[in-house]
Design a protein around this ligand. Structure first.
Ligand code: ATP
Ligand code: MG
Length: 257
């Protein structure tokens, strides 16, 4: 578990600036929710937090991302190190469909260069699936393909896959938007459990979800033709009950976006 501190993040795709000097501390042991209308740069910001933004050929950025005081963009730090410590779960569940549930969970180990003994693998698969709230449902069919699970189960499998590499931070980009209310509930419960061990940052368009799962919240906005920036951030309760900025008030009350 670690604190993630973004300082003065500015981002571009080619010469199109999409974020302007975004600074945000995402504290250890908490769930931070990023909210705001479509296109304001939430996903871009999230991708900058684990060095995925730089995979887009035209993309560039300025600013710093500190993981417990260490810059993840420092020149002598390999990209895989940031990925290992900072996991990501996407909007659309993306398990390897033909691969077994078991192998899906440990698929990230190789990619991050971790080698693990057979016994330790069994243990890791069980603990990761348990932490992701999926163990009971799949323990008797670990050799079945990941693609055979329901959407909600697949998303929890992806969470288990992220957890298996023991990240200190878990980034989640609209993780429930493709799921039914019951699966959503299960994932939210999983997040509330996980926050004791992993720092969580979630992007959500669901205001109820932001209130249910997060203790910290940041409201992003890109006013007509300008890059995205944070309008207001703070404790989730205050952001929803007594926001300072009228634009925050309008957004959290469903007046736009
Ligand atoms: N790969 C890309 N190439 C060029 N422009 C991009 C790329 N990805 C995103 N953008 C642009 O960056 C801006 C921010 O997009 P981003 O996906 O970060 O927004 P978002 O807040 O996550 O939106 P949504 O809520 O719809 O997911 C948008 O103007 C978008 O068109
Ligand atoms: Mg997005």
């Amino acid at each position: 578990m670690a604190t993630l501190d973004a300082r003065g993040i500015t981002a571009w795709f080619g010469d199109h600036q999409v974020l302007d000097r975004v600074s945000l501390t995402m504290p250890a042991g908490a769930v931070t929710a990023l909210i705001g209308p479509s296109g304001c740069g939430k996903s871009t910001f999230l991708r900058i937090l684990n060095r995925m933004h730089e995979l887009v050929p035209s993309a560039s950025l300025a600013g710093e991302v500190m993981l417990d005081g260490e810059d993840i963009y420092r020149a002598d730090r390999p990209l895989t190190e940031a990925r290992k410590h900072i996991g990501m779960v996407f909007q659309k569940p993306n398990p390897f469909p033909a691969m077994s549930i078991y192998d899906n969970v440990i698929a990230g180990l190789k990619l991050t260069g971790m080698s693990v003994s057979r016994d330790r693998k069994d243990e890791l698969v069980e603990t990761s699936l348990t932490r992701a709230g999926l163990w009971k449902e799949v323990k008797d069919r670990l050799r079945a393909p990941g693609g055979g699970l329901s959407g909600g189960q697949q998303q929890r499998l992806c969470i288990a896959r992220s957890l298996a590499v023991m990240p200190r931070v878990l980034l989640m980009d609209e993780p429930c938007s493709a799921l039914d209310p019951t699966s959503t509930r299960v994932i939210e419960e999983t997040m509330l459990e996980l926050q004791k061990e992993v720092t969580i940052v979630i992007v959500t368009h669901n205001m109820q979800q932001a209130q249910r799962v997060s203790t910290k919240c940041a409201f992003f906005l890109a006013a007509q033709g300008t890059p995205g920036a944070i309008v207001e951030h703070g404790d989730t309760e205050a952001m929803f009950e007594s926001p300072i900025d009228p634009r925050t008030y309008d957004y959290v009350n469903g007046r736009f976006g």
